[in-house]
Unconditional design. Structure first.
Length: 346
């Protein structure tokens, strides 16, 4: 290789090596409240003013703000009084807590939970299992017992998932025409953001969120307004309790949490409960058939290793699981976004 090519390859490796620095800058600015402060201030602020309002050192804050400018999360204007910082449009829409499209909660979940698990990625690869025991000192045998180890953690996770569906939900629900299905069960529906998108898109349908009792309680209290009568709740564990009859079952980011045996077990129960002519909609991030990408999905699969018992799969792998349970006419729609849709019919 020539010297220019050597340099380019070396720079690529260095960029990969320092990738975590980028995420930590964004996490830290969000955690300290930089984006919220700049939104509420109504105008640009100096680094000294931001540091004083947020209770940080001036030198540390100035460097953080400049790094955010480099990442195009903030903009800076040089005036006679000095540098003044303001949010970019991206930060106002996606990084402030009050925005309808805010990704703040999923960002904080990545910062405070996922990031810690990834510290033990090498151990996860050696052992082939999640790392909750090393990170939090709790049993890794029940991934969701570990994820929901406190009400605060459960709330963070649910709010984070709601953030994702506020951006991606409509795409996956519109991938197929689901209007013929009036009675829908969202298995593991959590905070209900996907259910809300569903009844918005298909107003003649009703959606029942089926989840663990403690998840349902939080969803009722914090996420689903009582006047939303098209969304109801069913408390239970879909592996150990019965699944009621419905026309369509949505499993959004559910199967990727579990190994093939658990997936087959769950899909067999869903097939048995499903009304004839009904179906199941899988919402997952699909790997290419040769598993060469997309990179985001490959990284999600690594995250499944450190956090769950599952993995990301190809469309053919999900189709095989559906067909083994009895579902036919399997259709796959790639949305071009983070999550795709697979529909199987009974």
């Amino acid at each position: 290789m020539g010297s220019t090519e050597d340099l380019n390859h070396a720079q690529t490796i260095l960029q990969y090596s320092s990738g975590f620095l980028v995420s930590k800058v964004m996490f830290t600015a969000g955690e300290l409240g930089v984006f919220d402060l700049l939104l509420e201030s109504g105008g640009p602020l100096s680094s000294d003013a931001i540091a004083a309002r947020l209770g940080t050192s001036t030198t540390g804050m100035e460097r953080l703000l400049d790094a955010c400018v480099g990442l195009k999360l903030l903009a800076v204007e040089l005036t006679q009084e000095g540098a003044l910082y303001r949010n970019t449009e991206i930060s106002n829409i996606y990084l402030t807590k009050s925005s309808p499209k805010s990704q703040y909660h999923i960002m904080m979940y990545y910062s405070n939970t996922v990031y810690l698990c990834w510290h033990y990625l090498a151990d996860a690869v050696r052992e082939g299992r999640n790392q909750y025991e090393r990170v939090f000192g709790i049993s890794s045998e029940d991934p969701f017992g570990a994820m929901y180890r406190s009400e605060e953690e459960m709330l963070k996770f649910m709010a984070g998932q709601n953030s994702v569906w506020s951006i991606c939900g409509r795409d996956v629900l519109a991938a197929f025409d689901l209007s013929p299905f009036r009675q829908i069960y969202d298995l593991g529906g959590g905070g209900g953001a996907l259910a809300r998108e569903c009844v918005s898109l298909y107003p003649n349908s009703t959606v029942t969120i089926y989840d663990l009792p403690k998840v349902v309680q939080v969803a009722k209290e914090q996420f689903i307004p009582p006047e939303e009568h098209r969304i109801t709740f069913h408390e239970g564990d879909f592996f150990n309790n019965s699944i009621p009859e419905a026309e369509l079952y949505i499993l959004s980011k559910i199967l990727h949490d579990w190994d093939d045996n658990k997936c087959r077990q769950l899909l067999a129960k869903v097939y048995k409960a499903c009304k004839p002519g009904g179906g199941v909609l899988l919402v997952e991030s699909l790997l290419n058939e040769d598993k060469s990408g997309p990179l985001e999905t490959q990284l999600f699969s690594m995250n499944m290793l450190v956090q769950t018992e599952g993995k990301e799969r190809t469309a053919a792998e999900y189709s095989k699981l559906l067909e083994a349970a009895g579902f036919g006419e399997v259709q796959v729609k790639r949305t071009g976004k983070l999550y795709d849709a697979v529909l199987g019919r009974k």
